[in-house]
Design a protein around this ligand. Structure first.
Ligand SMILES: C[S@@+](CC[C@H](N)C(=O)[O-])C[C@H]1O[C@@H](n2cnc3c(N)ncnc32)[C@H](O)[C@@H]1O
Length: 273
């Protein structure tokens, strides 16, 4: 990008082409980053295609595009992500929340409200999207949100505060939570090391948020042994891994696998037989 006069339209077209080499959604990335650089909405960009960008906005935008080209996720650059119609602060020390995880949260909320399950433990809270959304949408619940990453614990506390649910969520590490709550929910790190090595587009996100040991199942096994809730809800890898299935069966758990909207295995609802 030479330092000449750029209109919104020209700059979006140029960066969309440029980001094609590194992103599966170059146009959306370009729009989100330009919207952030100009402090305008994406709709504003569309209604001001012929407007020239000022030097400050262009300078900021260049820095963002450079980072994106180096593989930094858009949401780490803009520092926020919407999830369950709420806006969350995020940073590069936590996983960027995925839209598929909303289906796990929706399922927990529907079942918990129907069954009046109010005591909920979440393992691996990251930015806090799961716990904070549940706290927001289930009036009388009490949640224990656990992580081993201090940055995740701090960010979950911050997001709980932003959404006014701090009083309903205890955030910290192991030891403070009940071992027999109504629900244990988790989106654990579930890639195998080998799978991670083959996905370079994920390498700017924290390794410990993505890889669940050699077989990808480490945290599931730990959770299933440590807790005795009425029910567990897990996000799982697609296709549902045979080794995890074997573990459920060997240890006496019954399970239901639920697909997401794109027909991929996504949620395991698990109970002790
Ligand atoms: C896939 S991320 C999920 C983050 C967030 N809940 C979400 O859905 O976007 C997994 C999280 O588990 C945490 N984690 C990794 N190992 C853990 C362990 N042994 N105990 C608790 N949390 C762990 C990571 O720090 C990370 O925040």
């Amino acid at each position: 990008m030479a330092s000449e006069k750029w209109t919104v339209k020209n700059v979006l077209e140029w960066t969309t082409k440029y980001l094609k080499k590194v992103s599966l959604s170059p146009r959306v990335d370009a729009e989100m980053l330009l919207s952030y650089a100009t402090s305008q909405s994406r709709l504003w960009l569309y209604t001001h295609f012929d407007e020239y960008l000022n030097d400050d906005a262009l300078k900021r935008y260049r820095e963002f595009i450079k980072k994106r080209y180096e593989g930094v996720p858009v949401h780490h650059i803009i520092g926020k992500k919407s999830f369950m119609a709420l806006e969350f602060k995020i940073n590069d020390k936590v996983l960027v929340p995925r839209p598929e995880t909303e289906e796990l949260v929706e399922r927990v909320i529907v079942d918990a409200k129907r069954e009046k399950w109010l005591k909920i433990v979440e393992i691996g809270c990251g930015s806090g999207v799961i716990s904070v959304s549940i706290a927001k949408y289930i009036p009388d619940c009490e949640i224990w949100a656990i992580d081993v990453n201090e940055n995740a614990i701090a960010l979950t506390k911050e997001n709980a505060k932003i959404h006014n649910v701090s009083e309903k969520i205890h955030v910290g590490t192991y030891g403070m939570e009940p071992l027999s709550p109504d629900i244990v929910v988790s989106n654990p790190p579930y890639l195998t090391k080998k799978e991670w090595q083959e996905l370079p587009q994920l390498h700017k996100e924290p390794y410990n948020a993505l890889v669940g040991g050699e077989d990808g199942n480490e945290l599931y096994k730990f959770i299933l042994k440590r807790y005795s809730p009425k029910i567990f809800y897990f996000e799982i890898a697609h296709p549902f891994r045979q080794s995890l299935k074997n573990f459920f069966e060997k240890e006496g758990f019954s399970y239901e696998i639920i697909n997401d909207m794109s027909g991929r295995n996504r949620i395991a609802v698990v109970r002790k037989r």
